[in-house]
Design a binder for this molecule. Structure first.
Ligand code: NDP
Length: 448
């Protein structure tokens, strides 16, 4: 993807030279800079005042050793990260990812995306992200607790309810948040809303667990309705079977769709009768089993090894909810050939750039992650508000806020696309709408 502006193009070259061997970060920055060409042409001060140069450089990167001991007494050393990317509109906010693939480039790409996503929610939160190359899979609860305590023993120095408020992401669910929060509270001797995604008994918000998946469906519903379509009666394929995927499945089914396939990193299941969600939740949330176990328990369901095959299944709506770059050009072509009319990203950057081009080129409705999966962080911000007020809303109240946020977000992204000559292109619209509020604030601060 070329960037049709000489300054932004040279800035992209500098980003690549200064951040070598970080392809995911380059991919995320390139997409945003390409979208912002009409904005800087209209408002050259964003370049002249250094906003664009500051935007692509994290305010701070923290990188640290995380030593822990397993149940056999063997010591392991992982690497932890927190990228505090941009605090122009509020405290840094973004999840923690525990996965063996984590390195600085992944956290930078996620932190960069988070700036625009958080801005799009309309709430006062800046962009950050963190994590470690630790794999919770196959570890005992005791080992996960030891790792989380060691991780927080370093991280606590850099975060706080008005500074940086982490949450979960891949590999960090309610169990990990509990251990992390417990250790923060012990070290600081204070009870504050420093993490979101907390358990309901100690400050969590109702509907936070459901928020990303539900929000994805609320956003997709707006996009479908604008095009005269809906979830009702549609066949849906979802990748992943983690937090985002499970609640996207729940809301899609509640909206009248039939979800026929889900996956994990080993393979996928196809269930022509529609995914049995209580069974899938038990296997994944409670028993932490591989998805193959679903086909063993559910008559008529098929298991296939290899997760990319999930995109070969015919569907009207595809919701990639697993990980970055999981849906490539080959998969996009299969979706198009099979009559898919909408793709909405639940995961962060799950579609490769050539897949996005192919889908948009074929007229498939396309909802980019920054906008479509912003419901999770938006509800995290609602959790922060409730913690500050020391007061809790009902599930229905939080869900109503979420619905409104996703609806407004859809309309803001589509309106920005129209205003800058890219009507119907929600990728451009989300990048532009997300940037404008952050860019205006950065201009107001001067060179800082
Ligand atoms: P979970 O850890 O709950 O689930 C992740 C799912 O994706 C699992 O099914 C996992 O399979 C699969 N997966 C992970 N890595 C790979 C891989 N390399 N290849 C294939 N499948 C993989 O994470 P979440 O559901 O929380 O997050 C999923 C995506 O959504 C991520 O991109 C995350 O950044 C994004 N997101 C999450 C939000 C949230 O609120 N949780 C908010 C906004 C975005 P397996 O179990 O086999 O590893």
């Amino acid at each position: 993807m070329s960037i049709q502006n000489a300054y932004l193009n040279s800035l992209m070259d500098r980003v690549m030279a200064r951040n070598p061997a970080e392809p995911e970060f380059h991919q995320a920055v390139r997409e945003v800079l390409a979208s912002l060409v009409p904005v800087v042409e209209d408002r050259p001060e964003f370049i002249q005042e250094g906003v664009m140069d500051c935007l692509v450089e994290p305010e701070r990167i923290i990188k640290f050793r995380v030593p822990w001991e397993d149940e056999q007494g063997v010591v392991h050393v992982n690497r932890g990260f927190r990228v505090q990317f941009n605090s122009a509109i509020g405290p840094y906010k973004g999840g923690l990812r525990f996965h063996p693939s984590v390195y600085e480039g992944i956290i930078k790409f996620l932190g960069f995306e988070q700036i625009f996503k958080n801005s799009l929610t309309g709430l006062p939160i800046g962009g950050g992200k963190g994590g470690a190359d630790f794999d919770p899979k196959g570890k005992t609860d005791l080992e996960v607790m030891r790792f989380c305590q060691s991780f927080m023993t370093e991280l606590f120095k850099y975060i706080g309810p008005d500074t940086d408020v982490p949450a979960g992401d891949i590999g960090v669910g309610s169990r990990e948040i509990g251990y992390l929060f417990g250790q923060y509270k012990r070290l600081r001797n204070e009870f504050t809303g420093v993490l979101t995604g907390k358990g309901l008994s100690y400050g969590g918000s109702l509907a936070r667990t459901e928020a990303t998946g539900y929000g994805l469906c609320y956003f997709t519903d707006c996009m479908l309705r604008d095009a005269g379509r809906s979830f009702d009666g549609a066949t849906v394929v979802i990748s992943g079977s983690g937090n985002v995927a499970l609640y996207a499945c729940e809301k899609a089914a509640q909206s009248g769709a039939k979800v026929v396939a889900m996956s994990d990193s080993s393979g996928y299941v196809y269930d022509k009768d529609g995914i049995d969600l209580p069974l899938m939740k038990r296997l994944k949330e409670v028993e932490r089993k591989r998805i193959a176990a679903y086909a063993e328990e559910r008559p008529g369901a098929e298991y296939h090894a290899g997760c990319a095959g999930v995109w070969q299944i015919p569907c009207g709506i595809a919701l990639p909810c697993a990980t970055q770059n999981e849906l490539d050009l080959t998969s996009a072509k299969a979706l198009i050939a099979n009559g898919c009319f909408a793709v909405a990203e639940g995961a962060n950057m799950p579609c490769t750039p050539d897949a996005v081009d192919a889908l948009q080129g074929a007229g498939v409705l396309f909802a980019p992650a920054k906008a479509a999966n912003a419901g999770g962080v938006a509800t995290s911000a609602l959790e922060m508000s409730q913690n500050s007020m020391r007061f809790y809303w009902t599930f229905e109240e939080v869900d109503e806020h979420l619905k409104k946020i996703m609806k407004d977000l859809y309309h803001n992204a589509s309106a920005a696309a129209v205003r800058y000559g890219a009507a119907g292109d929600l990728v451009a619209g989300a990048n532009i709408a997300g940037f404008l509020k952050v860019g205006e604030s950065m201009l107001a601060y001067g060179i800082v």
